[in-house]
Design a protein around this ligand. Sequence first.
Ligand code: SAM
Length: 210
Amino acid sequence: MTRVRVRQHVNPLSHKYSNPISIPNWQEVFADTALPLHLDIGCARGKFLLKMASLYPQINFLGIEIREPLVKEALVQRELLQLSNLHFLFCNINVSVSPLLESLPEGVLQWVTIQFPDPWFKVRHLKRRVVQPALVDAVAKYLRKDGLLFLQSDVESVALEMCDHFQQNPCFRKTHQEPWLQTNPFPVPTEREIATLNKNEPVYRALYQV
Ligand SMILES: C[S@@+](CC[C@H](N)C(=O)[O-])C[C@H]1O[C@@H](n2cnc3c(N)ncnc32)[C@H](O)[C@@H]1O
């Protein structure tokens, strides 16, 4: 299959991405809406979720991505694999996180992953980073009691900033003593993770429970 070419980054604060999503009918999206749900924020081409959804049919997976062509491409792959426990949404999570999470069947949100978010290094661009206080509050509100939050980045300052944001909310408790989790709790690495590990560069990971 030809790989869709897309811009490397889009500005999530631009007017183009300011519209909230229309919430899907979850009954039409997932074969069984009562299954636990894994939400992956910034899923890009969705390779991680396509593999996870094949491995774990008893979990529903939802990928959120702001670059629409990637979402279209991922949905084609989902159709080819006939996965009824996987969906992808074109969405600016910073605009839509509350209505999206509120719309989910009650108590299903078990996993949230934010993996290798865009780093936006310039000081004037820090507001574009995906982990913002409103996102933390919404995840805290809707993650179920046995829920888990997994963060990873190849940029230590970005990983630290994500951890700081979540640790400022008393809901989240880190599950490990050491500063960073040594191994990925999932059997499937993301595309960015594979590229980082192939360069023998470090990955900074943290796992939180609520
Ligand atoms: C560096 S990529 C990492 C992709 C994937 N998680 C991985 O580890 O390979 C970050 C992704 O987050 C998406 N993204 C950035 N801001 C977003 C936002 N506000 N809402 C949804 N997706 C966003 C980007 O378009 C990009 O695909």
